[in-house]
Ligand binder design. Structure first.
Ligand code: SAH
Length: 251
C-alpha cells in the first residue's frame, strides 16, 4: 500500500477518532494509534479506540475531570509540546473531527510556535456519523440543498450567531453542544421566522450501541432535549422526518 505514513520521533499527529463506533476510525488513524508512544485524548474518545494503542504507550486523559472542570487549553498545549520535545511519537486524539468544534486549530498554533512538526488526520464528525446511523440524510433533493454546522455553546444568549440568516436559509441545521441551550435555539429560530412545526431530531450517543433518536417539531425541541444525555446532536429541518423511513440501526 502506497501511503503517506510518516510518524516520526517528536512528531504530533492530530487524529479524529470519529463519533463512537470504533469501526469508523480511519485506517490512518488506526495505524498512528498503534504506533504512538503517547496518546493524549479527550472525553469523547471511546474506550474501544483507546484499547487499540500499544501496551507500552503512555495514555494521558485531558478531558473533563471528576470535578467537571476541563483541563485548561494552555495545559494541553504545553503537554503536546513537552512530549514532542522529548522525541516521542505523539497522537493527539479527539472525538469526531479535530477541526470541527474541536479546538484542533488552537493546539496546532501552539506547535507552530515551537517549530514542532505535525499532521492532521480527519475523523467522521458527529454530524455525519450520528445522522448516518439515524437514517437522516443531511441533504436530500426533496428537502434541503445545504447544511450548516452550528455551535449551541454560545457565551451569552444568541451572541455571535446570525439567527435570521439560519432561520431563513432553508438549510438543514446541525447544532453541536446544544442540549443546554435547546430552548433558546428553538426560540431564536422561531422568532426569526422558522416555522414552529419544522421537524427536528435529537440524536443521543450517535453511532454507539445505545444510540437513541427522538423526532418532533421545533417547538418541542426543549422537551426532546430534556429526555437525553450528552453527547447529543440537534438536527433541524424536514430531513429529520426521514428517520422514520430510513432508520436501519435499530432494525
Ligand atoms: N470534534 C467533534 C465535536 C466536538 S464538540 C466532532 O467533530 O464530532 C462536542 C459535541 O459534539 C457534543 O456536545 C455533541 O453535540 C456532539 N457529539 C459528539 N459525539 C457525538 C455523538 N456520538 N452523538 C451525538 N453527538 C455527538
Amino acid at each position: 500500500m502506497n501511503t503517506y505514513f510518516n510518524h516520526q520521533a517528536g512528531f504530533v499527529s492530530l487524529v479524529g477518532a470519529g463519533p463512537g463506533d470504533p469501526d469508523l476510525l480511519t485506517v490512518k488513524g488506526l495505524r498512528l494509534i498503534q504506533n504512538a508512544d503517547v496518546v493524549i485524548y479527550d472525553r469523547l474518545v471511546s474506550a474501544d479506540i483507546l484499547a487499540l494503542a500499544n501496551d507500552n504507550a503512555e495514555m494521558i486523559y485531558v478531558g473533563k475531570r471528576l470535578n467537571y472542570h476541563c483541563v485548561p487549553q494552555e495545559e494541553i498545549n504545553d503537554l503536546l509540546v513537552e512530549k514532542a520535545q522529548q522525541g516521542r511519537k505523539v497522537v493527539r486524539l479527539k472525538g469526531g473531527d479535530p477541526f470541527i468544534f474541536g479546538r484542533g486549530g488552537e493546539e496546532l498554533e501552539a506547535l507552530v510556535e515551537k517549530d514542532i512538526l505535525f499532521e492532521v488526520v480527519p475523523g467522521v464528525t458527529a454530524a455525519a456519523g450520528a445522522t448516518s446511523y439515524a437514517g437522516i440524510p443531511l441533504t436530500h433533493r426533496d428537502h434541503a440543498q445545504s447544511v450548516q454546522f452550528v455551535t449551541g455553546h454560545v457565551k451569552k444568549e444568541g451572541q455571535g450567531i446570525n439567527w435570521a440568516s439560519l432561520a431563513q436559509s432553508n438549510s438543514t441545521l446541525v447544532f453541536y453542544m446544544g442540549l443546554k441551550q435547546s430552548g433558546s435555539i428553538s426560540d431564536n429560530l422561531i422568532s426569526n421566522g422558522l416555522d414552529a412545526k419544522t421537524p427536528c431530531a435529537v440524536i443521543e450517543k450517535g453511532t454507539r450501541r445505545d444510540q437513541r433518536v427522538l423526532v418532533d417539531s421545533l417547538d418541542k425541541l426543549a422537551t426532546l432535549a430534556s429526555q437525553v444525555e450528552s453527547p447529543a446532536l440537534i438536527v433541524v429541518g424536514s430531513v429529520a422526518t426521514l428517520h422514520n423511513k430510513l432508520d436501519w440501526f435499530n432494525q
